[in-house]
Design a protein around this ligand. Structure first.
Ligand SMILES: Cc1cc2nc3c(=O)[nH]c(=O)nc-3n(C[C@H](O)[C@H](O)[C@H](O)COP(=O)(O)OP(=O)(O)OC[C@H]3O[C@@H](n4cnc5c(N)ncnc54)[C@H](O)[C@@H]3O)c2cc1C
Length: 401
Protein backbone atom coordinates (compact mmCIF):
# COMPACT_ATOMS: atom_id res chain seq x y z
CA UNK A 1 0.00 0.00 0.00
CA UNK A 2 1.12 3.58 -0.60
CA UNK A 3 1.16 5.26 2.79
CA UNK A 4 1.73 8.92 3.68
CA UNK A 5 3.02 9.75 7.14
CA UNK A 6 2.76 13.44 8.05
CA UNK A 7 5.51 14.33 10.53
CA UNK A 8 9.00 12.88 10.98
CA UNK A 9 9.14 13.16 14.75
CA UNK A 10 9.29 10.30 17.26
CA UNK A 11 5.98 8.71 16.29
CA UNK A 12 6.26 9.39 12.54
CA UNK A 13 9.70 7.77 12.34
CA UNK A 14 8.66 4.79 14.41
CA UNK A 15 5.48 3.99 12.50
CA UNK A 16 6.95 4.58 9.05
CA UNK A 17 9.92 2.29 9.71
CA UNK A 18 7.67 -0.54 10.87
CA UNK A 19 5.37 -0.17 7.85
CA UNK A 20 8.17 0.16 5.28
CA UNK A 21 9.91 -2.90 6.75
CA UNK A 22 6.74 -4.91 6.30
CA UNK A 23 6.54 -4.07 2.62
CA UNK A 24 4.47 -0.89 2.38
CA UNK A 25 5.54 2.00 0.18
CA UNK A 26 5.96 4.70 2.82
CA UNK A 27 6.45 8.45 2.25
CA UNK A 28 7.17 10.65 5.26
CA UNK A 29 6.58 14.37 4.94
CA UNK A 30 8.07 16.95 7.26
CA UNK A 31 8.06 20.72 6.98
CA UNK A 32 11.59 20.75 8.46
CA UNK A 33 14.81 20.09 6.58
CA UNK A 34 15.54 17.03 8.71
CA UNK A 35 13.93 14.47 11.01
CA UNK A 36 13.34 14.61 14.76
CA UNK A 37 13.86 18.25 15.72
CA UNK A 38 11.98 17.81 19.01
CA UNK A 39 13.67 14.47 19.68
CA UNK A 40 16.99 16.27 19.32
CA UNK A 41 16.26 18.65 22.22
CA UNK A 42 14.55 15.99 24.34
CA UNK A 43 16.01 15.15 27.74
CA UNK A 44 18.20 18.28 27.55
CA UNK A 45 19.85 16.85 24.44
CA UNK A 46 20.28 13.39 26.00
CA UNK A 47 16.84 11.95 25.08
CA UNK A 48 15.21 10.09 27.94
CA UNK A 49 13.80 7.54 25.54
CA UNK A 50 11.67 5.46 27.89
CA UNK A 51 11.08 4.50 31.51
CA UNK A 52 11.96 0.96 32.47
CA UNK A 53 9.02 0.13 34.71
CA UNK A 54 6.12 -2.34 34.55
CA UNK A 55 3.14 -1.44 32.35
CA UNK A 56 0.98 -0.94 35.48
CA UNK A 57 3.50 1.43 36.97
CA UNK A 58 3.82 3.13 33.59
CA UNK A 59 0.09 3.78 33.37
CA UNK A 60 0.14 5.56 36.75
CA UNK A 61 2.30 8.20 35.08
CA UNK A 62 -0.16 8.85 32.27
CA UNK A 63 -2.15 11.96 33.11
CA UNK A 64 -4.73 11.87 30.31
CA UNK A 65 -5.72 8.89 28.19
CA UNK A 66 -4.55 6.14 30.57
CA UNK A 67 -7.31 3.69 29.59
CA UNK A 68 -6.94 4.44 25.91
CA UNK A 69 -3.21 3.63 25.80
CA UNK A 70 -3.35 0.58 28.10
CA UNK A 71 -3.36 -1.94 25.28
CA UNK A 72 -0.50 -0.19 23.43
CA UNK A 73 1.59 0.01 26.60
CA UNK A 74 1.09 -3.72 27.25
CA UNK A 75 1.83 -4.63 23.62
CA UNK A 76 5.01 -2.59 23.34
CA UNK A 77 6.45 -2.24 26.84
CA UNK A 78 9.40 -0.12 27.84
CA UNK A 79 11.55 -3.30 27.88
CA UNK A 80 10.46 -3.86 24.27
CA UNK A 81 11.53 -0.29 23.48
CA UNK A 82 14.96 -0.84 25.03
CA UNK A 83 15.36 -4.11 23.11
CA UNK A 84 14.21 -2.41 19.92
CA UNK A 85 16.86 0.33 20.23
CA UNK A 86 19.60 -2.08 21.34
CA UNK A 87 18.83 -4.22 18.27
CA UNK A 88 19.35 -1.15 16.11
CA UNK A 89 22.79 -0.85 17.67
CA UNK A 90 22.03 1.89 20.20
CA UNK A 91 23.57 1.15 23.59
CA UNK A 92 21.41 2.35 26.47
CA UNK A 93 21.77 2.95 30.20
CA UNK A 94 19.29 3.25 33.04
CA UNK A 95 19.50 6.18 35.44
CA UNK A 96 17.71 7.29 38.63
CA UNK A 97 13.95 6.74 38.47
CA UNK A 98 14.27 4.02 35.76
CA UNK A 99 14.98 6.65 33.12
CA UNK A 100 16.60 5.19 30.02
CA UNK A 101 19.10 7.22 27.99
CA UNK A 102 21.49 6.39 25.15
CA UNK A 103 24.85 5.40 26.65
CA UNK A 104 26.47 8.17 24.61
CA UNK A 105 24.18 10.79 26.23
CA UNK A 106 23.43 12.04 22.73
CA UNK A 107 19.87 12.34 21.40
CA UNK A 108 21.42 12.53 17.93
CA UNK A 109 22.34 8.83 18.26
CA UNK A 110 18.68 7.93 18.84
CA UNK A 111 17.71 9.92 15.75
CA UNK A 112 20.52 8.35 13.74
CA UNK A 113 19.49 4.74 14.35
CA UNK A 114 15.84 5.55 13.77
CA UNK A 115 16.51 7.28 10.47
CA UNK A 116 19.38 5.28 9.05
CA UNK A 117 18.50 1.80 10.29
CA UNK A 118 14.83 1.56 11.24
CA UNK A 119 13.72 3.83 8.37
CA UNK A 120 16.18 2.61 5.75
CA UNK A 121 13.28 1.66 3.44
CA UNK A 122 11.32 4.88 3.94
CA UNK A 123 11.05 7.73 1.40
CA UNK A 124 11.65 11.10 3.08
CA UNK A 125 10.19 14.34 1.76
CA UNK A 126 11.70 17.27 3.68
CA UNK A 127 10.85 20.98 3.58
CA UNK A 128 7.33 19.91 2.71
CA UNK A 129 4.52 21.40 4.76
CA UNK A 130 1.27 19.54 4.21
CA UNK A 131 -1.48 22.14 3.85
CA UNK A 132 -4.50 19.90 3.82
CA UNK A 133 -5.71 16.32 3.38
CA UNK A 134 -8.84 15.36 1.48
CA UNK A 135 -10.54 12.10 0.53
CA UNK A 136 -11.73 11.08 -2.92
CA UNK A 137 -12.95 7.75 -4.26
CA UNK A 138 -9.39 6.88 -5.30
CA UNK A 139 -7.93 7.54 -1.87
CA UNK A 140 -6.43 10.34 0.22
CA UNK A 141 -5.03 13.46 -1.42
CA UNK A 142 -2.22 15.38 0.25
CA UNK A 143 -1.97 19.03 -0.75
CA UNK A 144 1.43 20.72 -0.49
CA UNK A 145 3.43 23.40 -2.32
CA UNK A 146 0.51 23.86 -4.73
CA UNK A 147 0.76 20.16 -5.67
CA UNK A 148 -1.38 17.09 -4.93
CA UNK A 149 -0.44 13.47 -4.38
CA UNK A 150 -2.64 10.41 -3.93
CA UNK A 151 -2.19 7.81 -1.16
CA UNK A 152 -4.06 4.72 0.03
CA UNK A 153 -3.60 5.51 3.71
CA UNK A 154 -2.57 8.57 5.77
CA UNK A 155 -1.02 8.63 9.23
CA UNK A 156 -1.06 11.98 11.03
CA UNK A 157 1.98 12.19 13.33
CA UNK A 158 2.25 15.96 13.54
CA UNK A 159 2.75 16.27 17.31
CA UNK A 160 1.09 18.77 19.63
CA UNK A 161 1.29 22.53 19.77
CA UNK A 162 4.20 23.23 22.10
CA UNK A 163 7.80 24.18 21.28
CA UNK A 164 6.47 25.26 17.90
CA UNK A 165 9.95 26.10 16.64
CA UNK A 166 10.47 22.32 16.29
CA UNK A 167 7.70 22.17 13.67
CA UNK A 168 4.69 21.05 15.70
CA UNK A 169 2.27 23.93 15.54
CA UNK A 170 -1.06 22.16 15.68
CA UNK A 171 -1.61 21.36 11.98
CA UNK A 172 -2.69 17.85 12.94
CA UNK A 173 -5.69 19.28 14.77
CA UNK A 174 -6.65 21.14 11.60
CA UNK A 175 -6.43 17.88 9.61
CA UNK A 176 -8.51 16.05 12.23
CA UNK A 177 -11.21 18.71 12.07
CA UNK A 178 -11.27 18.42 8.25
CA UNK A 179 -12.52 14.86 8.78
CA UNK A 180 -15.09 15.87 11.42
CA UNK A 181 -13.02 14.95 14.49
CA UNK A 182 -13.47 16.73 17.79
CA UNK A 183 -10.30 18.25 19.19
CA UNK A 184 -10.13 18.64 22.96
CA UNK A 185 -8.93 22.12 23.92
CA UNK A 186 -5.13 22.25 24.11
CA UNK A 187 -3.41 23.57 27.23
CA UNK A 188 0.25 23.32 28.30
CA UNK A 189 1.43 20.34 30.35
CA UNK A 190 4.80 19.86 32.10
CA UNK A 191 5.00 23.62 32.18
CA UNK A 192 6.52 26.20 34.57
CA UNK A 193 4.04 28.04 36.83
CA UNK A 194 3.74 31.83 37.16
CA UNK A 195 3.71 33.25 40.68
CA UNK A 196 2.23 36.65 41.44
CA UNK A 197 4.20 37.42 44.64
CA UNK A 198 6.73 40.16 43.95
CA UNK A 199 9.40 38.48 46.08
CA UNK A 200 9.81 35.74 43.46
CA UNK A 201 12.10 37.99 41.41
CA UNK A 202 14.57 38.17 44.30
CA UNK A 203 14.69 34.36 44.41
CA UNK A 204 15.42 33.84 40.71
CA UNK A 205 17.83 30.92 40.28
CA UNK A 206 17.41 29.61 43.85
CA UNK A 207 16.72 25.90 43.89
CA UNK A 208 15.11 23.91 46.67
CA UNK A 209 15.75 20.21 47.25
CA UNK A 210 13.65 17.77 49.27
CA UNK A 211 10.65 20.05 49.60
CA UNK A 212 6.97 19.28 49.08
CA UNK A 213 4.89 21.44 46.79
CA UNK A 214 1.30 21.34 48.02
CA UNK A 215 -1.61 22.33 45.90
CA UNK A 216 -5.36 22.47 46.28
CA UNK A 217 -7.89 23.16 43.54
CA UNK A 218 -11.65 22.74 43.89
CA UNK A 219 -12.06 19.85 46.30
CA UNK A 220 -8.85 18.17 45.12
CA UNK A 221 -5.36 18.17 46.56
CA UNK A 222 -1.99 17.16 45.05
CA UNK A 223 1.47 17.04 46.57
CA UNK A 224 4.85 16.48 44.92
CA UNK A 225 8.09 15.89 46.77
CA UNK A 226 11.50 16.67 45.29
CA UNK A 227 13.27 19.56 43.61
CA UNK A 228 12.05 22.93 42.35
CA UNK A 229 13.54 26.28 41.47
CA UNK A 230 12.51 29.91 41.20
CA UNK A 231 12.52 31.70 37.84
CA UNK A 232 12.20 35.46 37.25
CA UNK A 233 8.42 35.40 37.62
CA UNK A 234 7.53 31.89 38.70
CA UNK A 235 8.65 28.41 39.60
CA UNK A 236 9.95 25.46 37.59
CA UNK A 237 11.83 22.19 38.12
CA UNK A 238 10.66 18.57 38.27
CA UNK A 239 7.92 18.80 40.91
CA UNK A 240 6.52 22.01 39.42
CA UNK A 241 6.34 20.53 35.92
CA UNK A 242 4.58 17.44 37.25
CA UNK A 243 2.07 19.49 39.21
CA UNK A 244 1.29 21.69 36.19
CA UNK A 245 -0.10 18.68 34.30
CA UNK A 246 -2.84 18.29 36.92
CA UNK A 247 -3.87 21.94 37.27
CA UNK A 248 -3.70 23.07 33.65
CA UNK A 249 -7.49 23.16 33.36
CA UNK A 250 -8.12 24.64 36.83
CA UNK A 251 -8.68 28.25 37.82
CA UNK A 252 -8.92 28.34 41.60
CA UNK A 253 -5.50 27.05 42.60
CA UNK A 254 -3.72 27.47 45.96
CA UNK A 255 -0.04 26.66 46.29
CA UNK A 256 2.26 26.27 49.28
CA UNK A 257 5.75 24.92 49.93
CA UNK A 258 6.48 22.63 52.84
CA UNK A 259 10.17 23.37 53.47
CA UNK A 260 10.46 20.58 56.06
CA UNK A 261 8.34 17.67 54.84
CA UNK A 262 10.32 15.12 56.88
CA UNK A 263 9.18 16.72 60.15
CA UNK A 264 5.65 17.04 61.48
CA UNK A 265 4.72 20.21 63.38
CA UNK A 266 5.61 18.72 66.76
CA UNK A 267 9.04 17.52 65.54
CA UNK A 268 9.65 20.87 63.88
CA UNK A 269 8.81 22.67 67.12
CA UNK A 270 11.35 20.50 68.95
CA UNK A 271 13.94 21.28 66.27
CA UNK A 272 13.23 25.02 66.59
CA UNK A 273 13.57 24.91 70.37
CA UNK A 274 16.94 23.22 69.94
CA UNK A 275 18.03 25.84 67.40
CA UNK A 276 16.81 28.63 69.69
CA UNK A 277 18.79 27.19 72.59
CA UNK A 278 21.97 27.00 70.50
CA UNK A 279 21.49 30.56 69.21
CA UNK A 280 19.80 32.19 72.17
CA UNK A 281 21.92 35.35 72.03
CA UNK A 282 21.76 35.73 68.24
CA UNK A 283 19.31 37.37 65.89
CA UNK A 284 16.46 35.19 64.63
CA UNK A 285 17.78 35.48 61.07
CA UNK A 286 20.65 33.20 62.10
CA UNK A 287 18.10 30.49 62.86
CA UNK A 288 16.21 31.14 59.60
CA UNK A 289 19.46 30.82 57.64
CA UNK A 290 20.11 27.49 59.28
CA UNK A 291 16.73 26.27 58.07
CA UNK A 292 16.50 27.81 54.61
CA UNK A 293 18.73 29.02 51.75
CA UNK A 294 19.86 32.60 52.50
CA UNK A 295 17.70 34.34 49.86
CA UNK A 296 14.65 32.36 50.92
CA UNK A 297 15.35 33.10 54.60
CA UNK A 298 15.22 36.84 53.84
CA UNK A 299 11.86 36.52 52.10
CA UNK A 300 10.66 34.26 54.90
CA UNK A 301 11.21 37.06 57.46
CA UNK A 302 8.82 39.35 55.61
CA UNK A 303 6.19 36.66 55.03
CA UNK A 304 6.21 35.51 58.66
CA UNK A 305 6.34 39.21 59.71
CA UNK A 306 9.24 38.82 62.11
CA UNK A 307 12.14 41.27 61.97
CA UNK A 308 15.31 39.29 61.30
CA UNK A 309 17.20 41.38 63.84
CA UNK A 310 14.90 40.37 66.69
CA UNK A 311 16.81 38.50 69.36
CA UNK A 312 16.10 34.78 69.53
CA UNK A 313 15.48 34.91 73.29
CA UNK A 314 12.63 37.41 72.77
CA UNK A 315 10.70 35.23 70.27
CA UNK A 316 7.26 34.51 71.73
CA UNK A 317 5.42 31.17 71.54
CA UNK A 318 2.95 32.83 69.16
CA UNK A 319 5.81 33.84 66.88
CA UNK A 320 7.28 30.34 67.10
CA UNK A 321 3.93 28.91 66.02
CA UNK A 322 3.91 31.29 63.06
CA UNK A 323 7.40 30.17 62.07
CA UNK A 324 6.24 26.54 62.13
CA UNK A 325 3.08 27.39 60.20
CA UNK A 326 4.97 29.12 57.40
CA UNK A 327 7.79 26.56 57.24
CA UNK A 328 5.15 23.89 56.66
CA UNK A 329 2.87 26.02 54.48
CA UNK A 330 4.69 28.83 52.75
CA UNK A 331 2.05 30.33 50.42
CA UNK A 332 2.68 31.23 46.79
CA UNK A 333 0.10 33.19 44.85
CA UNK A 334 -0.74 31.21 41.69
CA UNK A 335 -0.55 33.27 38.51
CA UNK A 336 -1.47 30.55 35.97
CA UNK A 337 0.73 28.54 33.63
CA UNK A 338 2.92 29.94 30.88
CA UNK A 339 1.51 29.78 27.36
CA UNK A 340 1.07 26.58 25.38
CA UNK A 341 4.43 26.89 23.65
CA UNK A 342 6.25 26.63 27.00
CA UNK A 343 4.80 23.25 27.91
CA UNK A 344 7.10 20.28 27.36
CA UNK A 345 4.01 18.53 26.06
CA UNK A 346 0.53 19.51 24.94
CA UNK A 347 -2.48 18.37 26.94
CA UNK A 348 -5.55 17.97 24.75
CA UNK A 349 -5.78 17.01 21.10
CA UNK A 350 -7.73 14.60 18.92
CA UNK A 351 -10.65 13.20 20.94
CA UNK A 352 -9.87 9.61 21.96
CA UNK A 353 -13.51 8.53 21.69
CA UNK A 354 -13.16 8.78 17.93
CA UNK A 355 -9.95 6.71 17.62
CA UNK A 356 -9.64 2.92 17.80
CA UNK A 357 -7.06 2.16 20.55
CA UNK A 358 -6.01 -1.13 18.90
CA UNK A 359 -5.25 0.33 15.47
CA UNK A 360 -5.09 4.10 16.02
CA UNK A 361 -7.39 4.41 13.04
CA UNK A 362 -10.06 7.11 12.95
CA UNK A 363 -13.53 5.76 13.71
CA UNK A 364 -14.90 8.46 11.39
CA UNK A 365 -12.70 7.89 8.34
CA UNK A 366 -11.33 4.51 7.34
CA UNK A 367 -7.68 4.61 6.32
CA UNK A 368 -6.86 7.71 8.38
CA UNK A 369 -4.68 7.23 11.49
CA UNK A 370 -3.40 9.44 14.34
CA UNK A 371 -0.36 8.64 16.52
CA UNK A 372 1.74 10.54 19.07
CA UNK A 373 1.20 13.84 20.77
CA UNK A 374 -1.52 14.89 18.32
CA UNK A 375 -3.83 12.68 20.42
CA UNK A 376 -5.40 13.77 23.71
CA UNK A 377 -2.85 11.78 25.75
CA UNK A 378 -0.07 13.12 27.97
CA UNK A 379 2.17 11.78 30.71
CA UNK A 380 4.64 12.94 33.34
CA UNK A 381 8.38 13.40 32.81
CA UNK A 382 10.69 10.39 32.92
CA UNK A 383 10.58 9.00 29.39
CA UNK A 384 6.84 8.33 29.44
CA UNK A 385 5.85 10.62 26.58
CA UNK A 386 8.33 9.13 24.14
CA UNK A 387 7.33 5.62 25.18
CA UNK A 388 3.74 6.57 24.34
CA UNK A 389 4.88 7.65 20.87
CA UNK A 390 6.80 4.36 20.35
CA UNK A 391 4.00 2.12 21.66
CA UNK A 392 1.19 3.83 19.76
CA UNK A 393 3.20 3.68 16.55
CA UNK A 394 3.98 -0.01 17.10
CA UNK A 395 0.28 -0.81 17.59
CA UNK A 396 -0.73 1.21 14.56
CA UNK A 397 1.79 -0.62 12.36
CA UNK A 398 1.09 -4.05 13.87
CA UNK A 399 -2.66 -3.86 13.19
CA UNK A 400 -2.40 -1.85 9.96
CA UNK A 401 -4.73 -2.84 7.16
C1 LIG B 1 12.24 20.35 25.47
C2 LIG B 1 11.57 18.99 25.43
C3 LIG B 1 12.18 17.92 26.04
C4 LIG B 1 11.54 16.67 26.03
N1 LIG B 1 12.18 15.62 26.60
C5 LIG B 1 11.57 14.41 26.63
C6 LIG B 1 12.25 13.28 27.15
O1 LIG B 1 13.44 13.33 27.49
N2 LIG B 1 11.56 12.09 27.23
C7 LIG B 1 10.25 11.99 26.80
O2 LIG B 1 9.67 10.91 26.91
N3 LIG B 1 9.62 13.03 26.21
C8 LIG B 1 10.25 14.23 26.11
N4 LIG B 1 9.62 15.28 25.51
C9 LIG B 1 8.31 15.05 24.85
C10 LIG B 1 8.50 14.30 23.51
O3 LIG B 1 9.62 14.84 22.85
C11 LIG B 1 7.26 14.43 22.63
O4 LIG B 1 6.14 13.98 23.35
C12 LIG B 1 7.42 13.63 21.34
O5 LIG B 1 8.51 14.13 20.60
C13 LIG B 1 6.16 13.69 20.49
O6 LIG B 1 6.42 13.01 19.29
P1 LIG B 1 5.50 13.22 18.02
O7 LIG B 1 6.11 12.40 16.95
O8 LIG B 1 4.08 12.99 18.35
O9 LIG B 1 5.63 14.78 17.66
P2 LIG B 1 6.92 15.63 17.26
O10 LIG B 1 8.16 15.01 17.75
O11 LIG B 1 6.60 17.02 17.69
O12 LIG B 1 6.94 15.54 15.65
C14 LIG B 1 5.97 16.13 14.85
C15 LIG B 1 6.57 16.41 13.49
O13 LIG B 1 5.52 16.77 12.59
C16 LIG B 1 5.99 17.79 11.73
N5 LIG B 1 4.83 18.53 11.21
C17 LIG B 1 3.86 19.14 11.91
N6 LIG B 1 2.94 19.68 11.08
C18 LIG B 1 3.35 19.39 9.82
C19 LIG B 1 2.83 19.68 8.53
N7 LIG B 1 1.70 20.38 8.34
N8 LIG B 1 3.50 19.22 7.44
C20 LIG B 1 4.65 18.52 7.58
N9 LIG B 1 5.19 18.23 8.79
C21 LIG B 1 4.55 18.66 9.89
C22 LIG B 1 6.89 18.63 12.62
O14 LIG B 1 7.81 19.38 11.85
C23 LIG B 1 7.55 17.57 13.49
O15 LIG B 1 8.78 17.16 12.96
C24 LIG B 1 10.27 16.53 25.44
C25 LIG B 1 9.67 17.62 24.81
C26 LIG B 1 10.31 18.84 24.79
C27 LIG B 1 9.66 20.00 24.09
Amino acid sequence: MKVAVVGAGASGLMVSGFLANSGHDVFVFDRNEKVGKKLYISGKGRCNLTNLCSPDEFLKNVVRGEKFVKSAIYNFTSSDAVEFFENLGLETKVERGNRVFPKSDKSSDVIKVLKEKHCKNVNFCFNTKIDSISKTEEGFVLHFDGKKELFDRVIVATGGKSYRSTGSDGDGFKFAKMFGHKVVECVPALCPIKIKDKFVKTLQGVSLKNVTLKCSFGDKKKEFFGEMLFTDDGISGPIVLSLSSFINREKDVSLAIDFKPALNEKQLDARLLRDFEENKNSEIKTVFRGLLPKAVAQVFESVVKIDGSQNVNTITKLQRNDIIKFLKNFPLEYGGLYDLDAGIVTSGGVDLNEINPKTFESKLQKGLYFVGEVLDVDALTGGFNLQLAWAESFMCAKNFS
